[in-house]
Design a protein around this ligand. Structure first.
Ligand code: F6P
Length: 541
């Protein structure tokens, strides 16, 4: 047994020791202080989990057994930790605010980072004040065309920071389904609309198809000469943006050491910057930089992303919980679960270790979620009374984005009520007492009691922050990024490649001529052929 295997084994023993313990029974006067940590003004509460001090010590020992400090330093120092693509991973360099040197491959990348950030800020300011204008005057609408990390980050953050939005309207088009772009084109005025084509590679089928469609639409409305003024691009492939016809001064670059799902801090954030302005965008970066500082310096028990990761490993590997729900009680974080799906599942949805062997534990959980309170009236039934235990993250702002009446107090009461109900539950005896106090006869009460009882003992973590400002949003995202990194280290997977998306892309390329009816599918499987036949028959009607 390796040392890490021994540590996993010890953790399983702690789970056995905790047996049928109740989370609620772990509480003493100290537990809240002891099982919370802060990153700046963000409070992370993991006291409502079935972890006690000895189990937590064992989790920290697990972390030590994988040489976490060394691996975190390699990450921080720009080493090529993305070993299957031979790349460094340095999205933290994009949020350096003090001009400090960041060395990648022997070169200080900070001057280039700052130069692009400054060019973006100039551009954003000029678009916002109208000194860069469309054929019909000041740009009223910006359409970001991108997918995956080139969409989810700016789309999620633009919605999250809606209260700070004082620039032109921003639209996001991602899906190759024509309905996505047509819906947007039907509502924007060509003469004052700018398209931002966001693609790290500038080859992604969905994005290039949408970009070509947008280009054709613009030319139909305004003529070929409008393209240079109505298009901008964000990419690492500036030769390809030029080939598309995008002016050099409208193409904003970044680098291969920025992964797609870690790119909102780069030029990919331009649409967000235009929405909220460069100063607010800097605050967003500063929040992430503060979380970086925290992650790279705090001890494990004070380190929020490390604790998030350890709690996650406890739930995934030791308790066997396969999914993880993210439940923002903050309506503007509606896209945060979708954003985290890519961040977490594309990073740690892996079955091969960095050494090329099969992993011997479960890796990334299925991440999902919706804002509360809406989820309460949909899927919380299963979270409370289903057969599957789902660890949940609750996110709560102390101050509302849009204060009105007592909405916020009701929202917060609901969030706290859910975490309490999930932990405490309600026994059949309690239900029976309530029913008979309400005058129900004994037979009927016994018939209903099992349905109305709640097992409880379901773990939750809560993030509480003063308000969803650009700074806090930057912090929150970076905390989850570092959680994902930490778990990747524990599972010994490469969190920075995504080969799992390639096969589908390849086959879509092969199938396109069949779908178009330009080739026959001999040799393909019966289901695909049957579906193709049925598809063509339906199309013919
Ligand atoms: O789906 C795979 C992926 O490569 C993501 O990692 C990435 O964010 C997305 O496609 C978009 O890629 P690009 O920015 O190169 O268009």
């Amino acid at each position: 047994m390796t040392v890490t295997e021994q540590k996993f084994d010890a953790l399983h023993k702690h789970r056995e020791r905790l047996g049928k313990s109740r989370i609620a029974d772990l509480f003493d006067a100290q537990r809240f202080d002891d099982f919370t940590a802060t990153c700046g003004e963000i409070l992370f509460d993991y006291s409502k989990t079935l972890l006690d001090t000895p189990a937590r010590v064992a989790l920290v020992e697990l972390l030590e057994s994988v040489n976490f400090n060394e691996k975190r330093s390699a990450f921080q120092n720009g080493e090529k930790i993305n070993t299957t693509e031979d790349r460094a991973v340095q999205h933290m360099a994009l949020r350096v605010m003090d001009g400090r040197e960041i060395i990648i491959d022997g070169t200080n990348v900070t001057p280039d980072v700052l130069a692009v950030r400054e060019a973006m800020a100039r551009f954003a300011r000029n678009v916002r004040d109208g000194s860069i204008a469309g054929q019909g005057g000041r740009f009223t609408d910006i359409v970001n065309i991108g997918i995956g990390g080139s969409d989810l980050g700016p789309a999620m953050a633009t919605l999250a920071l809606a209260p700070y939005h004082d620039g032109p309207a921003i639209h996001f088009v991602s899906n190759v389904d024509g309905a996505d772009i047509v819906d947007v084109l039907e509502k924007v005025p060509a003469a004052t609309t700018m398209f931002i084509v966001a693609s790290k590679t500038f080859t992604t089928q969905e994005t290039m198809t949408n970009a070509e469609t947008a280009r054709r639409w613009l030319v139909e409305h305004l003529g070929e000469e409008a393209v240079s003024n109505h298009f901008a691009a964000l990419s690492t492939a500036l030769d390809k943006t030029a080939a598309f016809g995008i002016r050099e001064d409208r193409a904003f670059g970044f680098w291969d050491w920025v992964g797609g799902r870690y790119s909102v801090w780069s030029a990919i954030g331009l649409s967000l910057m235009i929405a909220i302005g460069p100063q607010r965008f800097d605050e967003f970066l500063s929040g992430a930089a503060a979380a970086d500082e925290h992650f790279f310096s705090a001890d494990p028990l004070d380190n929020v992303p490390v604790l998030m990761a350890l709690v996650g490993v406890w739930h995934r590997n030791i308790c066997g919980h396969a999914t993880h729900a993210v439940l923002p009680y903050d309506n503007h974080l509606a896209r945060f679960p979708a954003y985290l799906q890519q961040l977490d599942m594309e990073s740690n949805g892996k079955r091969i270790t960095k050494d090329g062997a099969a992993v011997d534990s479960e890796t990334g959980p299925i991440v999902w979620g919706e804002p509360g309170t809406n989820g309460q009236h949909a899927f919380y039934q299963l979270i409370h009374q289903g057969t599957t235990i789902i660890p949940c993250d609750f996110l709560i702002a102390a101050n509302p984005a849009k204060p009105i009446g007592d909405h916020h107090e009701k929202l917060v009461a609901n969030a706290l009520a859910q975490t309490e109900a999930l932990m405490v539950g309600k026994t059949e005896e309690q239900v029976l007492k309530e029913l008979s106090a309400n005058g129900m006869n004994e037979v009927e009460a016994h018939r209903l009691a099992p349905h109305k009882a709640f097992p409880g003992n379901r773990p939750t973590c809560t993030f509480l922050y003063p308000e969803l400002t650009p700074f806090v949003l930057g912090q929150l995202i970076a905390l989850y990024e570092h959680k994902v990194f930490t778990q990747g280290v524990i599972w010994n997977v490469n969190s920075f490649d995504q080969w799992g998306v390639e096969l589908g892309k390849e086959l879509a390329g092969e199938l396109l001529p069949l779908v178009k009816g330009e080739a026959d599918g001999s040799g393909r499987n019966g289901s695909t052929l049957g579906l193709l036949d049925a598809f063509h028959a339906m199309r013919a009607k």
